[in-house]
Design a protein around this ligand. Structure first.
Ligand SMILES: *[C@@H]1O[C@H](CO)[C@@H](O)[C@H](O)[C@H]1NC(C)=O
Ligand SMILES: *[C@@H]1O[C@H](CO)[C@@H](O)[C@H](O)[C@H]1NC(C)=O
Ligand SMILES: *[C@@H]1O[C@H](CO)[C@@H](O)[C@H](O)[C@H]1NC(C)=O
Length: 211
């Protein structure tokens, strides 16, 4: 009887501890950013559940991702929110700048890089379309991601190292997809305290394990 009481109060505790916390994370500051629920926290990373969201995106496939390419993609999206869209309207900046890195197949080592800006929550429907043909709207479906956060101004190489650390920390390659990853940067160019993340998509094995 006692055991049962202890067990049920533990269950209540576990339940309240994982109740969806949908309030805006502090690292988004005053910007709109994706809502997520922390499914489970680990020592050096966490598993988050994200809802489906619409983004504006642009991509490049290249063997060498240079600063110039990075800037060009950023500005293509920046022009979209500055007024180069079907409604000729200014759209508020959001966070993060989310970048997909899809590893190439075969010997050339080409990878596809997709830069995304989130569409503000109140513009997710009837979203103006980009006038630049290289920019497009895309919905990233709701999924679970393993997320590792870190400060600073990461280079491309730093991001790769963080993804490798995250994979090591997860420790079981069946739990995440290894053909692509996301990088997320939340701060403008002049911010001092910077929040960055790398994300690996949880497989259904990962989600099942956590019930
Ligand atoms: C996400 O959070 C914003 C506030 O940050 C809120 O306005 C919006 O309704 C939320 N969306 C969902 C689907 O919970
Ligand atoms: C919008 O696009 C036009 C033509 O491509 C360009 O001349 C103009 O500078 C752009 N404006 C903004 C705000 O990006
Ligand atoms: C890259 O962008 C083009 C449009 O410029 C689009 O047709 C294509 O689907 C995009 N590729 C990926 C992998 O998203």
């Amino acid at each position: 009887m006692l055991f049962q009481c202890v067990l049920s109060s533990l269950l209540v505790f576990a339940f309240t501890a994982t109740v969806p916390s949908q309030q805006k994370p502090t690292f988004c500051h005053d910007l709109d950013c994706p809502n997520f629920t922390t499914v489970q926290s680990f020592k050096d990373y966490e598993l988050r559940k994200y809802d489906s969201l619409k983004w504006v995106a642009t991509n490049v496939t290249t063997m060498e991702y240079t600063d110039d390419i990075n800037r060009e993609m950023f500005f293509r999206l920046f022009y979209y929110i500055s007024g180069n869209n079907s409604a000729a309207m200014k759209i508020p900046m959001t966070a993060p700048v989310l970048r997909t890195v899809i590893h190439g197949q075969g010997p050339t080592c080409e990878a596809t890089f997709i830069t995304h800006f989130m569409i503000p929550h109140n513009m997710q429907t009837n979203t103006p379309t980009p006038t630049d043909p290289k920019a497009y709207l895309v919905t990233i479906p709701g999924k679970n991601f393993y997320v590792k956060s870190f400060p600073g101004r990461p280079t491309d190489q730093d991001n790769v190292e963080k993804v490798e650390e995250l994979a090591q920390e997860i420790g079981n390659p069946n739990l995440y997809l290894d053909n692509y990853y996301f990088t997320a940067n939340y701060d403008g160019p002049y911010a001092i305290h910077r929040h960055n993340e790398v994300w690996l998509e949880s497989t259904s094995a990962g989600s099942r394990m956590l019930g």
